[in-house]
Design a protein around this ligand. Sequence first.
Ligand code: CP3
Length: 350
Amino acid sequence: LSLEPANKDKRLMKALRGETLDRPPIWLMRQAGRYLPEYRQTRSKSKDFLDLCYSPELATEVTHQPLRRFDLDAAILFADILLIPDALGQGVVFKEGEGPVLDAISDEAGLGKLNLDGVEKHLAPVFETVANLSASLADNVALIGFAGSPWTVASYMVGGRGSPDQRSVRIWAFREPDVFAKLIDLITEATVVYLRRQIDAGAEVIQLFDSWAAHLPDHEFDRWVIAPTAKIVSALRQSHPDVPVVGFPRGAGAAMMRYAAETGITAISLDSGVPVAWARENLQARLPVQGNLDPFTLVAGGKALEDEATRILRGFGTGPHVFNLGHGIVPETPPEHVARLVDIVTGWKV
Ligand code: CP3
């Protein structure tokens, strides 16, 4: 696969190749979503959230929406990390005001209901969305594809819903590691197929969301976070060696050092709790970093937003950096605050 000039000249691609730029590229986790009135409008045209994800025309539209308002350097495919359990045959429902609900799996019998065979066909509408986006985005905008990392996806499949401490999955993984490993392997395999097809359809960067990577003891972190992530990265490297993979091990703390060294990821996305000076020395010296503005500064706006954005721009300005949040934009964010942030970053000169 050869890189077309347009791809390699994009600001995001340069930063992910390790270049230090005059100002970092910027995109924002959850840049498409409920904080935008036009999103809520489009969303109301679909039966439910999953229907929106599986409607290429509507999903393409909502991916474009933030780019019409803000001068962002990348678009992220509109989809969800829970499309994988849905494609594997586990029922997923997004309940209004409640988040995702799944038929929890907690034993071998539950695993027996999952099936890899239908995954590619089930996710075909997503690949169509990627192809639409690849054809319609501006030349300077990079297209990011994504998936959840196996541990985080498993935490929803086993817990049946979001949970503050992932207790169901953590208990099962301790109690029956060899059975749980089968679930992790299945998710890993499905994810490789899913991401390869996204890249074939036009995704230029892949982000792996491990939103629930916090609080794991060493051995659990190695087995359930690092090992499956390394497997996915190495499979993608074999088929698509030039596509950068960004890992987001949210809340992993000091274990991020091992994550960065052992998974093979191209760049690491930092949550807001990671100290900038520490990350510059221990991570950015080795690989590009992404992050890590607290999403609540975007709700607060004003001086807090300016000060925090500037602190991060200064802190990471001497090495490869992608400006982003430490976690997704929250629904109560005023779009004008996002506009202000994008102005601060795009107007920045090192
Ligand atoms: O703009 C983008 O970032 C692209 C689309 C995207 C969504 N979800 C859309 C979405 C991406 C990249 C995700 C990732 C995702 N999904 C993660 C990892 C990142 C993170 O935030 O930690 C996780 C854990 C999920 C699972 C998920 N999806 C939950 C727990 C929920 C409900 C809670 C919530 O935030 O609403 C969702 C729903 C969801 N995914 C919405 C959107 C825009 C809101 C759904 C709606 O319109 O009602």
